[in-house]
Structures are given as structure tokens and as C-alpha cells.
Design a protein around this ligand. Structure first.
Ligand code: OGA
Ligand code: MN
Length: 309
């Protein structure tokens, strides 16, 4: 347990996740508290900060201490108070339009890995939890990388995954029937967006540790490989993400007023679902942009004429 003033950080599992209590994020955050939260996020990858009731503007103020906020791509699904806060919700208005993004995050992924500069940190405030369902699962991608066989580590060293946002280009995912217009949306996005490459193994810019960086939701191939060559590798990697028998996972069941903050550079996550109308779930989401994922090449010592000296 670690404390700053009164704040308490308690791990929720050996491998990933910590609960944070005795802090009010609507108060100005001191440098000491910020450093303690940053340390906790780097150590535990996902923080569950209890008992927060931030207005959308307050959520933006808290989020902005971590870096520049991303602007949600669809203004339709943002709050009235500020367009920097996106709404995730299954609520449908009487006219048939959706209040927020309905099927957000339904397959394992790391946020926005399909664009060149993906998201660093995502923050979700649980504004309304359904009676049942609505959990979010996380898995620690540092731990998965470390647990790979030496053969697999060598196999993927230096390779780049091909990432794409459109579900119609990805045979490992399906389109939710609950989101109005989703099929058209993904067909248009298949044409409108280029494929992006990301290192399969990234070096976290703040911890310097290596993490596996690919996901069933966004990674559709490996650069320079045929589908026949890439599929067995990707399937083997994804099996670690989806296999909950291994101790890499944390499943978060939301309490009212939880604010959850996670690091996309070393985690995959997914929305578990399992709820439906008239039971409503509503989350307020802010995202801090990141850097281009880095791959540090393992340099070999060059052979020189003098190597025997
Ligand atoms: C997200 C996401 C999961 C959830 O907001 O990026 O994946 O449970 N959310 O809502
Ligand atoms: Mn997500």
C-alpha cells in the first residue's frame, strides 16, 4: 500500500490493477498526489478510483493533467457540457438515435492502435451502472510478453502488426446488432481509413519495459507475411489474451461512482457486455493521446577486426 497525504493504493491482484481510495479528484491535484497516481498507474496499469462524481468539465480538468486530450471523432456522442467527453451508452432516444456509442470496446483491444499515434491513457467514469453486466476486463501485456516462449519472442522480434479500425476487414470480430447503422459505418470506415503498422513488441515510453502490442480487434495481419504465415502467430498471441485461466487478467465490476483509468501501452481490455434495455449503462470517457509506439531493436555488437583483443 502506498499513501500520498491520505490517498491509499491497494493492489486488486498480483499482476494487474489497484484500487485507489481517500482522494477527491474534483479538488486541485497537488504535484505529490499526481506523482503518486502516476507511480500507481505505471506499477498497476489500471486504477479503480472509488467515490468520484465529476461533472464532465471536472473530468476534463482532471484528465488534462496527464497530457493532451483526444477529441472524440463523433461529436454526436459527446456530452452537452463539453465535447471532450464521449458517452458510452446503450440508451436509445424515442426517435431511434443513440445517446452514445453502443458497442464500444466489445472485443479485446488497446485504444486507437489503428491510428499512427494511439491513445496513451483512457479514463471512464461510471455514471450509471446496469443492474447486471457491464464489467470491463483487462489483461497485462507486459506479463503476456514475458510469458512467451523464447522461440516466440525471437519470432516476433522486429515485426510489425497491421492494424485496421473496420470490423468488416477483420475475420476475428463481428458487428453488434444493437448499434443503429453500424454495418454502414464499418463499411465506410473500411474504405476511408488506411491500414497502420505498429510494432508487435513495444517499449513503454515511461517504464522502458517491453510489452506485446497487438489485439484481436485491431490487428489483422503482420507486415511482409502472407495470411497463412501470419495467422498461426497471431492466433497464438491472441490465445494468451483470451485465455482467462492464466493470471494476467482483472475483471472490473463497477460500483457506482467508480472512475477507472488505464494505460493502453501495456494493457488490452474489453467491454464484457451482458446487459440490455431497459437496463441502462452510461460511461463518460476521456482519452489522453500518446506517442508513436517505439520498438527498440536489440542491437548486436558489431564484429570488428579487433574483436579478439
Ligand atoms: C473504451 C472501452 C470498455 C467498457 O472506452 O475504450 O473499451 O467496458 N470501454 O466500456
Ligand atoms: Mn477501449
Amino acid at each position: 500500500m502506498m499513501e500520498s497525504d491520505k490517498m491509499k493504493v491497494t493492489p486488486v491482484s498480483e499482476i494487474v490493477g489497484a484500487e485507489v481510495t481517500d482522494i477527491n479528484l474534483s479538488d486541485p491535484i497537488t504535484d505529490d498526489t499526481k506523482q503518486a497516481l502516476r507511480r500507481a498507474l505505471l506499477d498497476h496499469q489500471v486504477l479503480v478510483i472509488r467515490d468520484q462524481t465529476l461533472t464532465p468539465e471536472q473530468q476534463v480538468t482532471f484528465s488534462a493533467i496527464w497530457g493532451e486530450l483526444e477529441t472524440p471523432s463523433n461529436i454526436e456522442y459527446t456530452t452537452e457540457e463539453t465535447h471532450k467527453v464521449m458517452i458510452l451508452s446503450n440508451e436509445i432516444r424515442p426517435d431511434g438515435t443513440a445517446v452514445g456509442v453502443v458497442d464500444g470496446g466489445d472485443f479485446w483491444h488497446s485504444d486507437s492502435s489503428h491510428i499512427e499515434v494511439p491513445s496513451a491513457i483512457t479514463i471512464l467514469q461510471a455514471v450509471k451502472n446496469p443492474e447486471r453486466g457491464g464489467d470491463t476486463e483487462f489483461c497485462n501485456m507486459y506479463a503476456i510478453y514475458e510469458a512467451l516462449s523464447e522461440d516466440m519472442k525471437q519470432n516476433i522480434d522486429g515485426l510489425y502488426g497491421i492494424h485496421h479500425v473496420s470490423k468488416v476487414k477483420n475475420k476475428r470480430v463481428t458487428i453488434s446488432p444493437d448499434r443503429p447503422g453500424a454495418k454502414d459505418f464499418y463499411e465506410n470506415s473500411a474504405k476511408a481509413n488506411p491500414e497502420v503498422i505498429q510494432p508487435l513488441v513495444l517499449t513503454h515510453p515511461e517504464t522502458g519495459c517491453k510489452s506485446l502490442y497487438c489485439s484481436p480487434r485491431f490487428t489483422i495481419g503482420i507486415q511482409g507475411m502472407s495470411e497463412e504465415e501470419a495467422d498461426p502467430i497471431l492466433d497464438a498471441l491472441f490465445a494468451h489474451i483470451t485465455d482467462r485461466k492464466r493470471p494476467f487478467h482483472y475483471r472490473h465490476k463497477y460500483r457506482d461512482n467508480d472512475l477507472v483509468m488505464w494505460d493502453n501501452r501495456c494493457l488490452c481490455h474489453r467491454a464484457v457486455g451482458g446487459y440490455g434495455l431497459p437496463d441502462i449503462r452510461r460511461m463518460h470517457r476521456t482519452v489522453i493521446g500518446g506517442d508513436r509506439p517505439l520498438m527498440l531493436i536489440n542491437r548486436r555488437r558489431p564484429k570488428t577486426r579487433y574483436s579478439g583483443l
